[in-house]
Design a protein around this ligand. Structure first.
Ligand code: FES
Length: 562
């Protein structure tokens, strides 16, 4: 590798004072001149944090990456970026995804880095890394932290989120005791790593691999498995080669790569959040996506992966069955086979011989779980710019349903009254919640999985149609319409729905219809008044001033690629 061609060359080489000073400051780390001089500098962008248990093991992963970089003749430098821990951050990590993406982009751009390995895992950290890397456009490779081990309570496999919610509903109705709940608390999340069902983190790790931005076979390796560290070492080695090859994200994140990622997302029954994140990542490139692209691809893609919440198994089982390469092999006729990946090979070269060790977990394309993909896009007068629905996690008998609305004007009202035995609702009711969008909430939180009202649970009714402009955790399930756009907080039609209005959900026809005349909707909207903004200063004000609606990815308008 010609050192004069390296991006870092101008920082450390030359006859100026600052070249000398920078070399002196590298040596302040206890590094000899021979160890770094003229070598490619590999940044290890680490979202480790003890405030984010999902990413808490990433320092060990970073050490393995460094080993690979040193072995391949590079010079590794690890640096932190903000970490977004799904479990703790308020009001929602989604408020900060764009901030993290800016941190990633500017940290890469401002520093003497020839390439970067990006360590992430928890829900928003992977899309933020992809967004930042796409904009910075220096050689970049995503390495996710892997899922946790499956939870296990007295021999019963339990997945964080998916089973946790079911268990908590049993606790709410007295079928699980406080003592049992405390015991379950200790055996549900058994290690660092991201949620071990097909939640947003697993989905985004798989999407990074499907895009070609991660090494093949890396997404599903469990976090504590020694093979994840071996993969990290390989990532470090490979990054040194990528720098020599000049293999940048702009060569990988093509229109074809995005279509491949959506196809895989549909086949795995991925989280609905993937729609927003993929729109945002693509928005950082010239290859923009539209919400309609997801529905077009969903219609032609079979649902193959039998992992919770849409299926039975866990991410650990998915890994043992063959992981992403096995799914992509099944999907090859639907994929752009020539799409380039970070290992320098095409998708087809990577997956053509991938074995499938368990056809119960990863079905063959000729024997799918469902003929269409997991996520569909709904249109109608209630969501003029679209809404998102996970059909594989919904109750089939509710996928064509008309019922009267019962409206929660805010999350707080829903939270305060959902367990009231006086709620005037029944199995036909369509629950509507306002104020869950990027402006209204603020930050577009995962409030869309409105808990089942106690009054229905006690009648043995476990699902009903629920509609909001919020998101939903990828670990959740139910007949839940999400991401209604435009949101109620800026005066979308959701803002004027009233108790008793009839609403039709027709998934096959992709329809979401409010049975109120256009004239009546216009009159109600004319009388509607927005709430005061949630923020008048700081990052929150920046967010409210520039965030786009969900059908555009909720990135900041000034961060879109020109
Ligand atoms: Fe971090 Fe689920 S809480 S991935």
């Amino acid at each position: 590798m010609d050192p004069t061609k390296l991006r870092s060359y101008s920082w450390f080489n030359g006859k100026e004072y600052y070249n000398f000073s920078r070399r002196a400051n590298i040596r302040a780390l206890g590094i000899s001149r021979q160890a770094f001089h003229g070598k490619p500098v590999v940044g290890i962008c680490n979202s480790f944090s003890e405030l984010n248990n999902c990413n808490a093991h990433l320092r060990q992963v970073a050490d393995a990456v460094k080993r690979g970089v040193w072995a391949a003749g590079g010079f590794p430098l690890e640096f932190p970026v903000i970490s977004l821990g799904e479990q703790y951050m308020k009001p929602t990590t989604m408020l900060f995804r764009n901030l993290m993406a800016m941190d990633v982009e500017e940290s890469i751009r401002a520093n003497p880095l020839d390439g970067v390995v990006l360590l992430c895992g928890c829900d928003k950290t992977t899309p933020a890394m992809l967004m930042g890397a796409a904009s910075a456009d220096v050689p970049a490779l995503i390495l996710t932290g892997g899922p946790t081990l499956s939870g296990n309570y007295k021999g019963r496999i339990i997945g964080q989120g998916t089973d946790g919610r079911k268990i908590f509903d049993l606790f709410r109705t007295g079928q699980v005791s406080p003592e049992q709940l405390e015991e379950i608390e200790g055996c549900m999340v058994r290690s660092s790593g991201h949620c071990t069902v097909m939640g947003t983190a697993s989905t985004m790790a798989i999407i990074a691999e499907a895009l070609g931005m991660s090494l093949p076979g890396s997404a599903a390796i469990p976090a504590p498995d020694s093979r994840r560290l071996a993969m990290a070492e390989m990532a470090g080695r490979r990054m040194v080669e990528m720098i020599a090859e000049g293999l940048k994200p702009s060569r990988i994140l093509t229109r074809e790569a995005f279509e491949n990622a959506i196809t895989v997302d549909m086949a795995i029954g991925g989280s609905t959040n993937a729609v927003v994140h993929l729109l945002a990542i693509a928005g950082r490139t010239p290859n923009k996506l539209a919400l309609a692209d997801f529905d077009t691809i969903s219609r032609r893609t079979p649902f193959l992966v039998n992992v919770r919440p849409s299926g039975e198994f866990m991410m650990e089982d998915f890994f043992y069955a063959g992981g992403v390469p096995a799914v992509m092999r099944e999907l090859l006729p639907l994929l752009h086979r020539e799409a380039l990946t970070v290992n320098g090979k095409t998708i087809e070269e990577n997956v053509a011989q991938a074995p499938n060790h368990n056809h119960d977990v990863i079905r063959s394309a000729s024997n799918p779980i469902y003929d269409e993909g997991g996520t569909v896009v709904l249109q109608g007068n209630l969501s003029p710019n679209g809404a998102v629905f996970k059909q594989t996690a919904a109750s089939p008998h509710l996928c064509k349903h008309t019922g009267p609305a019962y409206v929660f004007e805010s999350y707080q009202q829903m939270h305060d009254t959902i367990d009231s035995m006086d709620l005037p609702i029944d199995a036909n009711t369509v629950l509507v919640m306002k104020g869950g969008g990027p402006h209204g909430a603020p930050g577009f939180p995962e409030w869309g999985h409105i808990p089942m009202p106690k009054v229905l649970l006690e009648q043995g009714i476990s699902d009903c149609v629920r509609i909001s402009d919020a998101r939903m955790s990828g670990t959740s399930f139910g007949t839940v319409v999400l991401h209604v756009s435009p949101e109620s907080g800026i005066g979308g039609p959701l803002a004027i729905v009233q108790n008793g209005d009839l609403i039709t959900l027709d998934v096959e026809a992709r329809q979401l219809h409010l049975h109120v005349s256009d004239e009546e909707i216009a009159q109600r909207l004319a009388a509607w008044k927005p709430a005061p903004p949630h923020f008048t200063r700081g990052y929150g004000k920046l967010f409210l001033s520039h965030v786009t609606q969900s059908h555009l990815g909720c990135d900041f308008d000034f961060l879109h690629a020109e």
